[in-house]
Ligand binder design. Sequence first.
Ligand code: MSP
Length: 480
Amino acid sequence: MKKFYITTPVYYVNDVPHIGHTYTTVAADVLARWHRLAGDKVFFLTGADEHGAKIEEKARDMKIEPEEYADEISGKFRQAWQGLNISFDNFIRTTDEKHMAAVQKALQFMYDKGDIYLGKYEGLYCRGCEQYKSERDLVNGLCPDHKIAPEKMSEECWTFKLSKYQDELLALFKKDKLKILPAERKNEIISFYEKEGLEDVSFSRKNIAWGIPIPWDKSHTVYVWADAFLNYLTGLGWSGEFNKSKIENLKSKMSMWPPTAQLMSKDILRVHTTIWPAMLLSLGLALPETIFVHGFFQINGQKMSKSLGNVISPDELVNKYGVDATRYLIMSAAAFGHDGDISFEKFDAKYNADLANGLGNLTSRVSNLIEKNELELKLKPDQDKKLIREFIKSMRDFKFDEALKLLWSVLRRGDETLSEKKPWQITDKKKIKNILEPIAQDILNAANLLKPFMPTVAEKVIKQFSDKRIKKGESLFPRI
Ligand code: MSP
């Protein structure tokens, strides 16, 4: 049995879930479901990143304890994913006791190995990114992602020997031992390694109380990214135990290690291809197989932001379109790996065209005609080998939008045949059957492949069209 371990980032709880987080999470769910259907042993991890300066500050602004604040918002993420039928196997919180204990053990291991030393950080820090910045990262003195001026920092800190791993990591990327996809992202990272290179990085903060204490120096807390990355291990149940650099429970809990695919967007690629794999090398653990970077959503050509008031939440989408339609609209909104521009207008139009008129109308017309003419059909769900082959290829290449387009081209063909042959004007039942049977077969083929994207709708259609006596069902997508 093949294993498939997929992760999303752990999302910061300084903000409620929005369509950007939803994109990554639904994509991961589609892959997890797809691999489960293929019979693979799947583990799908998502969760919440709850420590650090930005969350401490947010809680302070709201005059509540960070614990209480993190409980509330991480609960919202969990609910949002449940509402979208996300089939995660674990929802990890970086405030889980077990996670925190494992982080301490991992850091102690790296310290004992000599990979962490007492240094001093003098420079800039962006709370938005929770990252140390150099002047050349800034645009007009501001962080280009968060449009805020980073704070000046000068403090003693426990420092990770990131630079030590520069050559080893670069060689691994070049050999695709850790695959970075799409290819242009790999080139970007290789060029970063070659032009700028890795500098040691502060792994502790003195003045941030909302974090995990450094085990050998309780006056510091662990740098939030070092804490967060380890979720990918603790989320499997890893407890941070080492036995002469080997992991305890290697066979049981860690049998899913390493991740087959880690999904994220471009904003956090750099840290995921520097600090993260370097930590794994330091810990003596295998690197993830693939990091896939998808694009950023903009809303009507603008960055999504609270100040612009254009943030779209998963709840809004589900309330308006329903669960499966929301999943479809998000996954078909852009070429996976490229930026996309979205808006409610575009979603409405696509909903009506592809779902109400497309899939919905076709299944209802065809089933209605079959029922009216009392046709008996024997259909099987996997009759189009070419479609299956092409669909598998798109899924393997993370081209979800193309996978969906393949299915919709099949549905469109059915629509065209109906309009051309007008079976409702024919009286000869045999002729009607000859027209309708291949269309119904196409619908069933498409529905079967649609399962990972639209689990509930796909099952409904499959059930309807697998019956010997197909009946007109309820309307799948009421028009908007
Ligand atoms: N907490 C860190 C991740 C730690 S992982 C060890 C973090 N959290 S985040 O809440 O800011 O999430 C960033 C991720 O959310 C992006 O990489 C992407 O997966 C998703 N997106 C956030 N905004 C997005 C868009 N506007 N468009 C597409 N995806 C976006 O970074």
